[in-house]
Design a protein around this ligand. Structure first.
Ligand code: DX5
Ligand code: ZN
Length: 216
């Protein structure tokens, strides 16, 4: 069974509490929260106050906060205080990635590192053992509704082998272009966690979409 994390980037921001509750009612495992700063990515979304609002309405749900921001170290505590269960930083945004990982760990949140499509997984060679999760971006971050980039499948497979060789429990999450009709390809390659925004919020039957993704 895959862990399914609907991305609220595709929710109705004017009815965010309703749309978060809806996917939780329909079987979502995590809520994926896309934080964008208009610098690291060419889009601007939400900050800690909105994460705190989601936390109030999501009760005890696992909030998977994906920081697509520059210099994340300065704000990881604010996202943790807002209710983040897990905080993922981008390797490309962290000059001192090991320090950024420590900054997240110091908050008490689980820690993930995200890799853009062009970034080789070898950047994790000396930090992989520290991580709860690796997020492999299957689109260029910034927007929902894009088509997946095919080159990420061998990357998932290589990372899967590396994690298994080291006997780690690190989860592999994929994000971008994940839909009911391609979810099996991600899990077959070795991903455990499927983020899907438009694939769930845009589905005619969200409950059915979540179930298909869970059984991928
Ligand atoms: C993209 C975000 C994704 C996005 C995925 O930068 O990180 O989480 O919401 O959207 P879909 O599933 O529509 O590709
Ligand atoms: Zn995301």
């Amino acid at each position: 069974m895959a862990v399914v994390a609907p991305s609220i980037l595709s929710a109705d921001f004017g009815n965010l509490a309703r749309d978060v509750a809806d996917v939780l009612d329909k079987g979502a495992d995590w809520i994926h929260v896309d934080v964008m700063d208009g610098h690291f990515v060419p889009n601007l979304t939400i900050g800690p106050p909105v994460v705190a609002a989601v936390r109030r309405h999501a009760m005890d749900a696992f909030l998977d906060v994906h920081l697509m921001i520059e210099r994340p170290d300065a704000s990881v505590q604010a996202y943790r205080d807002a209710g983040a269960s897990q905080i993922t930083v981008h390797a490309e945004a962290c000059v001192h990635l090991h320090r950024s990982i420590q900054a997240v760990q110091a908050t008490g949140a689980k820690v993930g590192v995200a890799l853009n499509p062009h970034t080789h997984e070898s950047v994790l060679e000396y930090v992989l053992d520290e991580l709860d999760l690796v997020l492999i971006m299957s689109v260029n971050p910034g927007f929902g509704g894009q088509s997946l980039i095919e080159s990420i499948f061998p990357k998932i497979e290589r990372l899967r082998r590396k994690i298994d060789q080291r006997g780690l429990r690190t989860l592999i999450e994929v994000d971008g272009g994940v839909k009911v009709d391609n979810a099996d390809r991600f899990t077959s390659a070795g991903a455990h966690v499927l983020v899907s925004g438009s694939g769930i919020y845009g589905a005619p039957d969200r409950a059915a979409a979540i179930q298909v993704l869970k059984s991928a």
